[in-house]
Design a protein around this ligand. Structure first.
Ligand SMILES: [Zn+2]
Length: 381
């Protein structure tokens, strides 16, 4: 085999093509070594290499393309070396589509029992067994290389959104750490995304977007949002970074994923979303619909023969009544988590499909207008 095609393959595994635009919204295709992701896309979260209560076959049937897994959790249990030994995440969890891992930074800051940050990295106690662990940019990349996802994230520090001094310091670290991640990275079949931080401060977000864009990475992530700031603040920050981040690379809004967040984010140039909300709500007996949430444990559903959402084409809504779902919940049957997770994931995956269709047809602004109008009309269903 000559060298040229080999080089081409290495250079192009993460090509991103934008096929249609409407104002800031765009439809594109992100290529990865494990298949394509049509954007805008919603990625279900498989925190510990499992999307809770859902099999990979069900994920495929739901039309998921990209699945997220958490570095922090897998590093602590079962350990990234074991995952590597078992052939990497795709093989271990039997999901052969694209996978994204985060850097572990966010969980260290939100879950670890105690942590000490220095400019080199973070030392923390495992929330599972109290053992002392350390993450640095180099260690995070080494773990993510062992896990073997298609898209990996730079190690960053997510600061409380309204603390300016903290954000200034954290931003400095985040930028230095992104450079170190890029240097540490060895595998050519993984795309490293840098993360824009800066809390709710437009000038910090601007600096951060410029810096991350300057690294020439194959994609950009927007972190530190949906962590306690208002929706208006989030929208404003998205607009700041949207104007700066490279147009020809995918933008990933981390940890954000209500139906309205998807529509709002896409309007501001976001291509990828992920969120635990659909599966977490399902385990708390709540069904997400575009118009609001239903808590199915409510006695009003005890003899309700209707599906969760008459307009929904998911497996759950085609086959089961609210009364049956409520019965499963009350009887503590595990199937309720599966059926509700399927419906909730379908709600977001189907919304992403409709958004892509509307942008392609040039009707996205009408679609978004109608989406919010309908939401306004019905608070509780
Ligand atoms: Zn449904």
């Amino acid at each position: 085999m000559s060298d040229a095609p080999q080089e081409n393959r290495l250079a192009e595994p993460f090509a991103f093509q934008v096929h249609a635009r409407q104002r800031r919204a765009r439809v594109g295709v992100l290529h990865t070594p494990h298949g394509e992701v049509l954007t805008p896309a919603f990625a279900p979260v498989g925190t510990r290499a499992s999307v809770k209560a859902i099999t990979p076959a069900q994920l495929e049937e739901l039309g998921a393309s990209l699945v997220l897994a958490n570095t922090y959790h897998l590093y602590l249990r079962p350990g990234d070396e074991l995952v590597a030994e078992m052939g990497g995440l795709h093989c271990f969890m039997n999901w052969h589509g694209p996978i994204l891992t985060d850097s572990g930074g966010y969980q260290v800051f939100s879950l670890a029992a105690s942590r000490k940050i220095d400019d080199d990295g973070v030392t923390f106690k495992s929330h599972i067994d109290g053992s002392t662990r350390r993450l640095t940019p180099e260690i995070s990349i080494a773990i993510q290389e062992n896990l073997g996802a298609d898209i990996i994230m730079a190690f960053d520090e997510c600061a409380p959104p309204h603390d300016r001094t903290y954000n200034e310091r954290a931003l400095q670290r985040t930028h230095t750490w992104a450079e170190r991640c890029l240097q540490a990275k060895k595998r050519s079949d993984q795309a490293l995304f840098g993360i824009v931080q800066g809390g709710v401060f437009a000038d910090l977000r601007e600096d951060s977007a410029r810096f991350i864009a300057s690294l020439g990475l194959p994609g950009s992530a927007i972190g530190g949002l949906s962590v306690g700031e208002s929706k208006a603040e989030m929208d404003a920050m998205l607009e700041v970074v949207d104007a700066i981040l490279p147009e020809d690379k995918p933008r990933y809004l981390m940890g954000v994923g209500t139906p309205e967040d998807l529509v709002n984010g896409v309007r501001r140039g976001v291509d990828l979303f992920d969120c635990v909300l659909p599966t977490r709500l399902a385990r708390h007996n709540a069904a997400m619909t575009r118009r609001g949430r239903l808590n199915l444990v409510n006695a009003t559903y005890a003899s309700d023969p209707r599906p969760i959402d008459e307009a929904c084409a998911c497996y759950t809504c085609r086959n089961f009544s609210r009364a049956y779902l409520r019965h499963l919940i009350v009887a503590k049957e595990m199937l309720s988590a599966t059926l509700l997770s399927m419906h909730n994931l379908h709600t977001l995956l189907d919304l992403a499909r409709e958004i892509r269709r509307a942008i392609t047809d040039g009707t996205f602004e009408d679609f978004a207008g109608q989406f919010f109008e309908e939401k306004e009309g019905i608070r509780d269903i």
